[in-house]
Design a protein around this ligand. Structure first.
Ligand code: PMP
Length: 454
């Protein structure tokens, strides 16, 4: 058997201590801001998850542009996190910044449609193959609203998700399988009800379990990413999407594909590249270059039923699908400029080869050190994980998470000017990312790992 290297935990512990000290020494102003912020921000941060970055405190950003940003201490970074996909377009693309600025002077929100709404819906229809679209502000809301429509139209109470999925802060999705048993996802804050009341959960790539759970006849929709991206990148096995479509259709269950992250696969997301045929698509994050904006689309069949449903259109002001600022003029201007000029087929022709180069660099380092790790890619997104072979499902991937190793690699990169996506070992390429950015990561990854081998 081939020799497999392993990580020396004592070396890892020492290296983490050194990286922590270097981080603090290089970020005195961020530390000062953080200390001051503790008196007016809970935990010193705008949102609690901002405490979860690799350092003892988050760095405070001065400005971001393209694939880079600077912090208040004057350090500059190559950004492979890109706002966890919100800025997959690169930060503040000029054409979008101009469109936002122009629209900001012509009205931000009126609760009435603008012509941009028409242009954006037509563009999305062409990219994703679904004719009817609606707009809201976050991908979470796109998912929540879609679930409501699916429940309303089917009269069924439950949804089905895959274990270790993530679809935003949607109550019904905070469920995992533990030793084969459904239970609330660890860490779920103040769940309204036990999620097993609202949700069925199966492992990704498990067609048999999917068929068994759908056979209960109480599932309104399956909500899934077309490739899991929130517990590492886990591809569907050959034939899985065909089975998913056949089983949902046969059981009268809607299929909702969440393309919020998998838009990284191409201009029409994974749906476009793999020619999927979902009933609904949900989208958010980068579609307005990071300005709050999201969309959900539905098939002709769904649209025809929804339009005559007594509740979905007629009582829609108080029906549970809302958002006063949803579909506002500013979001739509930003979406239009993003779709027209930034997330174009030509941009993906730049971004995807960069991700291939990133993947190769990481794979070469893994091979050089003989580590039992793997690297996965979807379009312009790449992620490495500390196991091999690649996991088949969320539970296998979750079991391979190594928090100390994650924190060390993130901090090592950050201390040398490279930002990776927190809670993941994920990197995303924007149209502004360069080959030398990618090569810098490869070199640092190799260096970071070399110091840890037992
Ligand atoms: N869908 C997917 C697949 C996501 O990864 C996320 C967030 N990471 C969301 C939806 C929710 O996005 P938001 O937090 O912007 O509402």
């Amino acid at each position: 058997m081939e020799h497999q290297a392993s990580i020396d935990r004592e070396r890892l512990r020492l290296a983490l201590t050194q990286e922590d000290a270097r981080f603090e020494a290089d970020h005195p102003r961020s530390l000062e801001m953080f200390e001051r912020a503790r008196s007016s921000l809970l935990a010193g941060v705008p949102m609690p998850w901002m405490t979860q970055w690799a350092g003892r405190f988050p760095i405070f950003v001065e400005a971001a542009g393209g694939a880079r940003f600077t912090d208040v201490d004057g350090n500059s970074y190559v950004d492979f996190c890109l706002g966890d996909t919100g800025a997959m377009t690169g930060h503040s693309p000029a054409s979008v910044a101009d469109a936002i600025s122009e629209q900001a002077h012509r009205g931000i929100t009126t609760m009435l449609p603008t012509t941009d709404a028409l242009a954006v819906s037509q563009d999305l229809a062409e990219r994703f193959g679904l004719p009817y679209w609606q707009f809201c502000l976050t991908a979470t809301d796109a998912n929540r609203f879609t679930i409501r429509i699916a429940r309303e139209l089917t009269g069924r109470p439950k949804i089905l998700v895959f274990s270790w999925c993530y679809h935003g802060t949607v109550d019904e999705t905070f469920i995992v399988l533990e030793n084969g048993k459904p239970k609330a996802r660890p860490g779920a804050i103040g769940p309204p009800v036990d999620p097993t009341v609202t949700t069925r959960v199966v492992e990704w790539n498990d067609t048999e379990a999917l068929e068994r759970e759908l056979a209960h006849g109480d599932v309104a929709c399956v909500l899934t990413e077309p490739v899991l991206t929130n517990i590492g990148i886990i591809h569907p096995e050959p034939g899985f999407h065909d089975s998913l479509r056949e089983l949902t259709s046969a059981s009268g269950t809607y299929l909702v594909i969440d393309e919020t992250h998998t838009l990284c696969a191409g201009p029409g997301g994974y749906t476009g590249t793999a020619n999927l045929q979902p009933d609904f698509i949900t989208l958010g994050k980068p579609i307005a270059s990071g300005l709050p904006a999201a969309a959900y689309g539905m098939s002709a069949e769904v649209g025809e039923v929804a339009i005559v449903s007594p509740k979905i259109v007629e009582t829609s002001d108080i029906g549970g699908i809302g958002g006063t600022l949803s579909g506002n003029a500013l979001s739509l201007a930003a979406m239009r400029a993003t779709l027209d000029g930034v997330l174009t087929p030509e941009a993906f022709e730049v971004m995807i080869p960069l991700a291939e180069r990133f993947e190769t660099g990481v794979q070469e380092a893994i091979d050089r050190h003989g580590l039992p790790w793997h690297v996965s890619r979807l379009g312009c997104r790449v992620e490495y994980a500390f196991r091999t072979p690649a996991p088949r499902n969320g539970s296998e991937a979750a079991a391979a998470v190594d928090h100390d190793l994650d924190r060390y690699l993130h901090l090592f990169m950050l201390n040398r000017g490279v930002l990776m996506t927190p809670f993941h070992n994920m990197a995303l390429m924007s149209p502004a990312t360069t080959e030398s950015d990618v090569d810098l990561h490869a070199q640092l990854f190799d260096q970071a790992v070399a110091g840890l081998i037992a």
